[in-house]
Design a protein around this ligand. Sequence first.
Ligand SMILES: [Zn+2]
Length: 398
Amino acid sequence: MKNVIVIGDGMAGYPIEELGGKTPLQVAEKPNLDWIASNGRNGLLKNVPEKMPADSDVAIMSILGYDPREYYTGRGPLEAAGMDIELEEGDVAFRCNLITMDDGFIKDYSGGHLSTEEAEELMEVVKKNFGNLGDFYVGVDYRHLFVLRNAKDVAGSLSCRAPHKIVGEKVDGNLIEPGSVDIAESLNRMMLESKEILSDHPINEKRVEEGKNPANAIWVWGQGVKPSLVPIFEKYGVRGAVISAVTLVKGLGVLAGMDKVDVPGVTGYYDTDYENKADYGLRSLVDHDLVLIHVEAPDEAGHSGDIEEKIRAIENLDNYIVGRFLDNLDEDFTVSVMADHPTPIVVRNHVSDPVPFSIYSTRGDKDNISRFDEFEARNGSFGTLEGYKFMDVLFSSF
Ligand SMILES: [Zn+2]
């Protein structure tokens, strides 16, 4: 049995006026997703438990079969795994953004979306000045990693703010709390001093000249120790592969014991190479039993409030990924499709509502449903399921 899971990040949403009271998922032309819904079994997945952040790390941890209330330790260690960084017992991994500070305010969580080449040079300066505090690892664009060694005991007491949630707010008041713990104070000092050091770097002077936001400070957040997840092979007896442009999704896969398959041409944006994802996925199924394909584009469109791009992203996912699997799989297989969390156009952010999911199996029953969307899914035979039960259902029902 071969199993494919396709996650459209933020693909679900709310009805919107511009679409006559329908959701982008309802309006999109998506014959393959609809075929799976009408020939398979459906339901709603509650991927984000109460009081937990409605983000992809929590939601996709659920989808992979781990209750985030028990296993989620923070975003940093997931990204570390996606970047092939080994964390030892007691190490604490932080996400480290290159951001724009302006006159005491957080102006941009992404340092003007600088290039990886620019970031590499700036992070060299960061390493030189602050490398005595911990280890810095260069990632992609504005997204980097900072690891404190043997700091397990302090990590739990630190309260760090995610920079994308405090854009437009003052730096003071958003620094790490508590101020009285030594490590919090030195991390705060590091973030503030980085502004002095990076501001007049030639890269930033050039960016300002060109009217771009300078990447003139670092900001650490999302810290945690490595979560210990029982590999899916031990739980379900399947060999898994993960395909995503997003580091934290790759990291979740790696921590779940899946192989990370890097695909050329994937960007995590509208212009990602959808077909390549499907082709690499099909190839991965030769020596794996499960492949998880994650597509970021619908979420990006949701954040931008771009209805057209959101619909297009859903149609591309349908046509170039789901369609390609359905055309090329033979013998016994399942294809599951779902969102991780909704990113409604009207909210332009993630919400924690349950998301629609469908499982088609060559050996399975079907529901009396004709389309894949937020409303039809309510009539599915699975009802509303806790997200972390999805894998149990997938590997015990078919
Ligand atoms: Zn998002």
